[in-house]
Ligand binder design. Structure first.
Ligand SMILES: NC(=O)c1ccc[n+]([C@@H]2O[C@H](COP(=O)([O-])OP(=O)(O)OC[C@H]3O[C@@H](n4cnc5c(N)ncnc54)[C@H](O)[C@@H]3O)[C@@H](O)[C@H]2O)c1
Ligand SMILES: O=C(O)[C@H](O)COP(=O)(O)O
Length: 634
């Protein structure tokens, strides 16, 4: 860490909604009024009074007096509150305990809250008890709160100003807080700067007048070049999550302190080019197209998470050349697709869809004609990857004979049999199911020629990618009776959101199951993906590990420990390693670990070094010709 001399001498920090995520007095009311029939209304009234005070819309002393009157609490409730507040310390304060401890002599907590619950919390993070200035309750003999110590200046209007005057701190004073009374210290000339703290709440009336807005303590420390736990404040790193990814993903980034934006649907290219400009991490599903143009608009982008299996919607090569790492979730929804395929296959071969539709209009058509078992039938899998192989196992358990064709030589699982060509597979199969990936070359893989090769009465399923099938040819094959039943989950053109209508030539055909690209849309799959992909992205952002990436040299890294980690992504051209090494030698840098992985286009070097290095050394590394991206972690 490049620790520098302290510029500000004293830090005056607010407690409620700054040091902790909540307002202590509101929470005390909530605890004390448990079981009270009017609890919600009373607590809300107290909250409204708190907000009015914080926004400077009401006399502070008046608001405090009225809140205390509404409160019906005692010592045991305060004990419960302290327990609760321990779980509500602001994330960035927790992360930066060492700053609080190391600078304890210069830190003061000045709050309109109450010492009874503030002192136990802040002292656990290194604040000195005699540096806590706050109100105090008055209790009766049974321990009920009966009022406040009115001789304390903090119970009066302008209390913080009066207090700071008496403290008369001999040096620069920086105030950090979320409320208007914190700003008033600056207005009164008692502070050099006021930082509106918005990690928990952003009050427009306060942010408007602030010298600076700090979305976290990390930002405050970074801006003032003070020692901190994050090399760059994550609250300044924007994560854009599209297409309704699972809330677990949002939580995973928020817990780490990132600024997260969530959008329910996909965005088109123009919208995305605009929105992505200041985004560092983007999460998408199958609908969002990350094109070259989008990537060229994304100067801050470090990583893309495909919260799905397919990555054909991303220009992977351009991403890599721009130093943007892409991760996906290769297995999280595999089982869901397999189960849907099995279900559809049985429904289609039994001709259930038309029968069900007839029942809904009152027609009872009991007959065995055109209805078969899957047992003993030949299932032909086009693409024998993760989904194809798992479907193969389940289909065998149902008594089917499984055949597969894959462009790559794949090991057959169970009794499945490999065939040598797509044509052969299509000729022999009773059920054809597509499970190829979405590479461009697979466009119209199945068209008229291929349908003409299939057995008359075949069941056909596409749960892979829409562009793989020529839709007019499929319609013709259904109408001509070649295809007796079809299950289609994916389409060349799909609506961007649930509000758009679905247009397709397949609408209205008999014995055709159409589903809105939901092969992977189960609760289980989405929650799995919601955990899996953020974990990969965070590993990369926090540690540099690119393991599991689909477009980048893969490196699995140990934690950097006490070293600082340099991450250098460059074009794979001769001489870069020599230049890097000569800079390390010139600056006499002590290397504690080094990792290198290259592919055809990209070189990814990770170097762990001892902490004593200069800014010039860092600048020289960044300036090496061929550097795509340079990052430091500690
Ligand atoms: N409908 C959904 O919601 C849903 C959900 C998950 C996955 N998918 C899609 O399912 C498909 C399969 O997924 P996976 O996880 O099994 O992928 P995978 O990459 O594990 O397997 C794809 C297989 O297809 C083979 N292949 C590619 N082109 C081929 C061709 N022309 N002929 C024969 N084989 C070919 C590959 O060699 C590979 O073995 C992908 O397109 C994926 O995007 C759809
Ligand atoms: O690639 C996938 O995993 C599937 O197509 C599912 O995509 P989705 O997450 O957009 O439903």
């Amino acid at each position: 860490m490049l620790t520098q001399t302290l510029t500000p001498t004293y830090f005056v920090i607010d407690f409620d909604s700054t040091f902790t995520k909540v307002e202590g007095l509101d929470e005390l009311a909530h605890i004390a009024l448990a079981g009270h029939p009017e609890r919600d209304a009373v607590v809300q009234h107290i909250r409204d009074l708190t907000d009015k005070g914080m926004n400077g819309e009401m006399s502070f002393a008046e608001g405090l007096r009225r809140r205390i009157e509404l409160l019906s609490a005692g010592r045991p409730h305060i004990e419960q509150l302290v327990e609760f507040l321990r779980t509500k310390i602001s994330d960035s304060f927790q992360r930066n305990k060492s700053f609080l401890t190391d600078h304890a002599e210069h830190i003061f907590i000045v709050s309109s809250g109450f010492k009874e619950f503030i002192v136990p919390i802040v002292t656990e993070l290194g604040i000195l008890p005699n540096h806590v200035y706050a109100n105090e309750f008055r209790f009766d003999e049974q321990g009920h709160i009966i009022g406040i110590d009115e001789t304390n200046v903090l119970s009066t209007d302008g209390g913080k100003i009066k207090l700071l005057r008496t403290l008369s701190l001999p040096g620069d004073v920086y105030v950090i807080g979320d409320g208007y009374t914190d700003y008033e210290l600056r207005e009164a000339g008692l502070a050099n700067r006021f930082y509106a703290f918005t990690e928990n709440i952003a009050r427009p009336r306060v942010t408007q007048v602030a010298d600076h807005i700090s979305a976290s303590l990390d930002e405050f420390l970074y801006d003032n070049k003070l020692s901190r736990s994050q090399s760059y404040p994550k609250s300044r790193i924007k994560v854009l999550l599209l297409e309704n990814v699972h809330p677990a993903a949002v939580r995973a980034f928020e817990i780490e302190g990132f600024k997260v934006e969530f959008v329910k649907g996909a965005l088109d290219e123009d919208e995305l080019c605009e929105r992505i400009k200041d985004v560092s991490i983007i999460g998408i599903r199958s609908k969002t197209q990350i094109t070259q143009r989008v990537l060229e608009s994304a100067n801050r982008l470090m990583a893309i998470g495909a919260f799905c299996i397919g990555t054909n919607q991303i220009d992977l090569e351009t991403a890599a050349r721009r130093g943007v790492v892409v991760f996906n979730a290769p297995y999280s929804n595999t089982r869901s697709v397999v189960e849907l395929a099995v279900g559809e296959m049985i429904m289609l071969i039994r001709n259930i869809v038309p029968k069900s539709n007839q029942m809904h209009v009152g027609n009872w058509d009991k007959s065995a004609t055109g209805s078969f078992e899957v047992r003993g039938k030949k299932l032909g899998l086009v693409g024998y990857g993760n989904i194809g192989t798992q479907l193969s196992v389940v289909a065998e358990a149902l008594g089917m004979e499984v055949y597969f064709y894959d462009v790559v030589d794949k090991l057959a699982i169970g009794n499945a049999r490999k065939v040598q060509s797509l044509e052969e597979l299509l000729r022999i199969s009773d059920v054809v199911s597509l499970h190829v990936d979405g590479r461009k070359e697979n466009t119209n893989l199945i068209g008229k020629r291929e349908f003409d090769l299939m057995k008359r009465g075949v069941i056909f399923m596409n749960l892979a990618r829409g562009h793989v099938v020529d839709i007019p040819a499929l319609r013709e094959a259904i109408e001509s009776g070649i295809v007796a039943g079809a299950g289609v989950d994916v389409f060349p053109k799909e609506p961007k959101t649930n509000d758009e209508s679905f247009e397709s030539e397949l609408r209205g055909l008999p014995n055709v199951i159409l589903t809105p690209h939901i092969g992977g849309s189960t609760e289980e799959a989405q929650v799995n993906i919601g955990h899996y992909v953020p974990a990969k992205l965070l590993e990369y952002i926090n540690n540099g590990s690119s393991y599991g990436s689909v477009n980048f040299p893969e490196v699995q890294l140990p934690k950097p420990g006490t070293s600082h980690r340099l991450l250098h992504i460059h074009h794979n051209v001769p001489g870069i390693m020599a230049k890097l090494n000569s800079i390390f030698a010139n600056y006499n840098i002590n290397i504690t670990g080094q990792y290198l992985k290259t592919d055809e286009h990209i070189g990814y070097v990770i170097v762990d070094i001892a902490k004593n290095y200069s800014e010039e050394f860092v600048q020289e590394l960044k300036a090496i010709e061929g550097t795509i991206r340079f990052r430091m972690l500690y």
